[in-house]
Design a protein around this ligand. Structure first.
Ligand SMILES: Nc1ncnc2c1ncn2[C@@H]1O[C@H](COP(=O)(O)OP(=O)(O)O)[C@@H](O)[C@H]1O
Ligand SMILES: [Mg+2]
Length: 248
């Protein structure tokens, strides 16, 4: 299986002083769903934003290491160029435009590719196929949709960029268990039907266990364990990380 993303020993600081991530390495095989696990403050969001090159927008800096996407370093690239190469992040907290309709939100995701009207229509059709709830609400202002629908919309908008690798930051946060499962089912479907790959930062270990193949466990800014998610769950490694105990 070929390697889609290869993060090599990165170190990230904010404001030139706050060390947020150190010695984080991880690989994403083509078509994998990879979990990034760890307690609050462990460095999950920072790792994702370092990969998507969005961390510089928060006065963060990747001090050392490298990030290879499809065999090429993307370190220091413009985040929108990274998106054009097929790597997109859905930020934590359902970033949507509340005063635009659901469909207008989706369209904003498609613009980067300068699509023709027909291509854009096709792209919307694809999103509505995977997210029938969004089809029902296409003319509703996004601010009036439910939390689950807003998360689906944020994911749908990212999918409009025609990605190969999608980074999801805590997609289940604040959502009812049933809706969270629905979102992970969609992720599984997108992988099965289109071969998309995912990195999912997640605090819900039951969801991670059920839906992800590989897991990286972050603790105190470093990767403390990695491997098959099921195995790490069965030997207690994942649970211990969330209790804040040492995994070693
Ligand atoms: N924008 C920021 N500026 C300064 N420090 C930050 C910023 N974002 C995160 N941090 C710090 O970096 C560390 C890792 O945070 P984060 O990556 O958000 O972890 P997680 O997503 O696992 O909760 C924490 O100590 C946090 O306080
Ligand atoms: Mg986070």
């Amino acid at each position: 299986m070929s390697i889609l993303l290869d993060v090599q020993n990165i170190e990230v600081v904010y404001d030139q002083s706050i060390l947020a991530v150190k010695q984080v390495s991880l690989t994403v095989p083509q078509g994998a769903i990879v979990a990034l696990l760890g307690a609050n403050g462990a460095g999950k969001s920072t790792t994702l934003k370092a990969i998507s090159q969005l961390v510089t927008a928060e006065n963060g800096q990747i001090l050392s290491g490298d990030i290879l996407y499809q065999g090429e370093s993307i370190l220091g690239k413009n985040p929108s160029d990274v998106v054009k190469q097929g790597l997109v992040q859905v930020l934590e907290g359902r970033h949507i435009f509340s005063n635009l309709t659901v469909e207008e939100n989706l369209r904003t995701g498609g613009f980067l590719q300068h699509p023709s009207a027909a291509t854009l229509k096709q792209a919307l059709h694809r999103i509505y196929h995977y997210f029938p709830r969004l089809a029902d609400k296409r003319d509703t202002l996004a601010g009036y949709t439910s939390g689950g629908e807003q998360q689906m919309l944020a994911i749908g908008r990212a999918l409009m960029t025609q990605p190969t690798l999608v980074l999801l930051d805590e997609p289940s946060m604040g959502l009812a268990p049933k809706i969270s499962r629905e979102i992970f089912e969609l992720i599984a479907q997108l992988r099965a039907q289109e071969g998309l790959s995912f990195i999912v930062a997640e605090q819900n270990i039951a969801l991670a266990k059920h839906y992800t193949d590989l897991a990286y466990v972050l603790e105190n800014d470093v990767v403390n364990a990695f491997g098959n998610t099921q195995t790490l769950y069965e030997n207690g490694t994942i649970q211990r990380a969330y209790l804040g105990q040492s995994v070693a």
